[in-house]
Design a protein around this ligand. Sequence first.
Ligand code: G3P
Length: 218
Amino acid sequence: MKFFIDTANLEEIKEAASYGFLDGVTTNPSLIAKEGLSDQNKRIKAICELTPGPVSAEVLACETEPMIKEARQLAAIASNVVVKIPMTMSGLQACSILSGDGIKVNVTLVFTSIQALLAAKAGASYVSPFVGRLDDIGVDGLNVVEEILGIYDNYEFITEIIVASVRHPQHVARAALIGADICTIPFSVIKRLASHPLTDDGLAKFMADHGKVKFSSH
Ligand code: G3P
């Protein structure tokens, strides 16, 4: 499974990349706003300079033609930009045209397997089911991902599934277990992936025991 980081923060991306397991970046208008940025394009360019992996950048327009225009501008920033388009009827039209022109599209705000099927048929390179937000309303988000995997497998779609809206390490573990292609993970969760209290306790004991040994000088 590939690991993407879900952020628009450059320091977080640099640190995540330093651990050696980062395959790409996803952003969205909320994450750009959180950084206090008004110029999304400038930040996307800076992110693309930090990573060779795919970098998702979302359009802000909601109608088909303005979405396509904006998507082309985003795609022109760097060769690794993936344009994020919302899962609406206009979004599907834009996805179909952009994909036909060779622009990679990530259809976002996906909450059902049938939405994911439509996105794949419209040529999306990626779909982003939001598992945390589904969990929030009492629907098991990863069950929806499992359905999407089954449908894509039935018809041999090559659209990759990005498990998004990840809230905790268990989302990541389950996503890997069911065979999702990608998990996009906030920095706060990335930091929690490697830690376990028994690892910390074990290390403290090893260090304490090591401290008890008297070394002779030769
Ligand atoms: O990639 C989409 C993700 O950022 C949404 O996450 O936590 O706002 O539901 P959240």
